[in-house]
Design a protein around this ligand. Structure first.
Ligand code: COA
Length: 329
């Protein structure tokens, strides 16, 4: 019997309408459009600034577009996995909130916290439920409202991040299309370079933690930069070598959008022309779990059935990895 693969059969994405440009940031912190553009490639990011709205609302809008595209109804979703570091609340999870806001309680959901690798890890977990013929329709969401954990007085982080979400539908395929292989990695010793200091069990929220601004992203950019380039290149190579493929066989590299210089370094390191690398960082900044599905959505008209693509990500944890996919539609 032909092997069952988990194939992406649809993509949806959503960013809030409110835009924060580099010119806007020049008025908030000591920075310039020139610095941000040359050091990161980012020109603007979208910020969710509606009171009472949260990460789940970004996810809901992305899933609605996905359902429209695929002709499914909320009740058809067997399982929804949400990659996020900005859950609506510490608990419960955001995935079940998304399902509830879509008006269904027929399936179930859970979150995966792997920082900027959140979508990639969630995609691979979701794939297992398809490959084992456990469920028919698995929706994988990557959603983050980074503006809720970014300090807009810290110029080293506030220029980088934005809010956004994307979602894909996974269904079974027995014709060889879908997720072919993955290399997923973690190294917890990297947590010192990228984390949020307070609000967890290690340091619960208190007046002191708020005063010390410990509920925001803490990042040592240079260490993260080097590890990100290295992690993405080595994991792509691992997957390609294991499948007897060379970079020439790959139609698209879909990299996490953290910094244009990181993306360029990965392309150079892989000897893959930059026009075969999906890039939309200029429009959204780093939306953490949202970047990969946002790329797939923006490039959806250029993806063709049979294309070999590699998704690659790196994030806090450290977490990183690459997934090889034969595009299904
Ligand atoms: N505007 C102007 N100057 C800025 C600035 C800003 N927004 N942010 C930092 N600077 C300054 C610094 O203060 C420093 O000044 P100094 O030399 O007087 O001390 C100088 O620019 C260089 O800072 P540095 O941190 O060395 O810059 P960088 O080239 O490493 O770029 C990042 C900083 C954060 C953009 C970069 O390190 C990066 O992208 N790292 C990876 C981030 C990432 O991927 N995170 C997501 C998880 S995957």
């Amino acid at each position: 019997m032909a092997k069952t693969l988990a194939a992406i059969k649809g993509v949806g994405a959503y960013v809030p309408t409110n835009v924060l440009t580099n010119a806007d940031l020049e008025k908030i912190v000591d920075t310039t459009d020139e610095w941000i553009t040359t050091r990161t490639g980012i020109k603007q990011r979208h910020i969710l600034n509606e009171k009472g709205k949260a990460t789940s609302d970004l996810g809901v809008e992305a899933v609605k577009i996905l359902l429209e595209q695929t002709g499914l109804k909320p009740d058809d979703i067997d399982l929804l996995i949400c990659g996020t570091v900005t859950a609506d609340m510490v608990f419960p999870d955001t995935a079940n909130t998304i399902l509830d806001k879509l008006g269904t309680n027929k399936g179930f959901g859970f979150d995966i916290n792997a920082a900027c690798s959140g979508f990639l890890f969630a995609l691979n977990v979701g794939a297992k439920f398809i490959e084992t013929n456990t469920y028919k329709n698995v929706v994988v969401v990557g959603a983050d409202m980074m503006s809720s954990i970014v300090d807009y007085t810290d110029r080293t982080t506030c220029v980088i991040f934005g809010d956004g979400a994307g979602a894909v539908l996974l269904q079974a395929d027995t014709d060889g299309y879908g997720i072919l292989d993955s290399e997923l990695r973690g190294d917890g010793s990297g947590r010192q370079f990228l984390h949020m200091k307070a609000g967890g069990s290690l340091k619960p929220a208190s007046c002191e933690t708020v005063e010390a601004k410990e509920h925001f992203v803490y990042q040592e950019g240079k260490s993260v930069f080097k590890a990100a380039v290295n992690g993405m290149i080595t994991s792509i190579n691992e997957v390609l070598n294991r499948n007897n493929l060379s970079p020439n066989d790959i139609r698209w590299v879909v990299p996490h959008q953290a910094n244009m210089r990181i993306i360029n370094s990965v392309a150079d390191g892989m000897k893959i022309p930059i026009d075969q690398v999906m890039v939309n960082i200029q429009n959204y900044g780093n939306t953490t779990s949202g970047t990969l599905p946002l790329c797939l959505f923006d490039y959806r008209d250029q993806l063709k059935k049979g294309d070999l693509i590699v998704l690659t990500a790196f994030g806090g944890g450290f977490t990183w990895g690459s997934t090889l996919i034969k595009w299904a539609y």
